[in-house]
Write a protein that binds this ligand. Structure first.
Ligand SMILES: CC(C)(COP(=O)(O)OP(=O)(O)OC[C@H]1O[C@@H](n2cnc3c(N)ncnc32)[C@H](O)[C@@H]1OP(=O)(O)O)[C@@H](O)C(=O)NCCC(=O)NCCS
Length: 173
């Protein structure tokens, strides 16, 4: 049993939308509305083409298990968001995935987490994030890189390879 990541593709659209529209995700999102397939596919195509965004799909035992998205915002801040497939929640996958991503990248990361989302708070803490601000009902968490000397790359496939090369922590079962 192993958890691996890969770059998301356009044909992941329906799977990603099913996760996005699931109640467990909507209640923890900025936008809690149901999103249509048409709107979602347009967003996905734009995200995949955006050099400021990185969308990864996590596969557990070769089946889709979650997603992780990195967005570089105007002020050069990197925001990370994530979700785990409803049938795989509570199995340690979110914690493993976030730690692996943080171990494979060397930029300062931010995440917005609702104060009512203890599971995301736990996995953020486990990946080295600290609560840095609270604003309008959202907490901002920040993770500083452990070493500035760690190799920084913005090449998506290199990031994926770095995550997957952390074999031991990913083979967690
Ligand atoms: C939040 C989410 C990403 C967590 O991922 P996960 O794979 O289910 O979480 P894990 O199994 O790795 O568990 C992470 C930690 O949270 C804890 N946890 C899980 N549910 C919890 C709860 N309701 N209350 C308190 N802690 C909880 C686990 O015990 C674990 O902590 P530990 O390892 O220190 O014991 C996932 O449940 C999810 O996608 N939820 C819906 C969408 C969402 O919330 N996205 C994130 C928006 S910021």
């Amino acid at each position: 049993m192993a958890l691996r990541t890969r770059l998301a593709r356009l044909d992941d659209g329906e799977q990603l939308l099913a996760w996005r529209n699931h109640a467990s995700s909507r209640e923890q999102s900025l936008n809690t509305h149901i999103i249509s397939l048409e709107t979602h596919l347009a967003w996905l195509a734009a995200t995949l083409a955006d050099p400021q965004a990185l969308l990864l799909l996590a596969e557990y035992d070769s089946l889709p298990a979650g997603q992780l998205r990195l967005n570089r915002e105007a002020d050069q801040r990197y925001f990370l968001s994530w979700s785990i497939a409803p049938e795989h929640q509570g199995q340690g996958i979110g914690k493993t995935l976030l730690r692996a991503f943080c171990g494979a990248t060397a930029m300062r990361l931010h995440a917005r987490i609702k104060p009512t989302n203890p599971a995301s708070q736990r996995i953020a803490e486990a990946a080295g994030f600290e609560l840095s601000a609270t604003d309008s009902g959202w907490d901002t968490w920040q993770r500083n890189p452990i070493s500035q000397q760690a190799a920084y790359t913005s090449d998506p496939q290199t990031i994926v390879d770095n995550i997957n090369s952390q074999g031991a922590p990913l083979n967690f079962l």
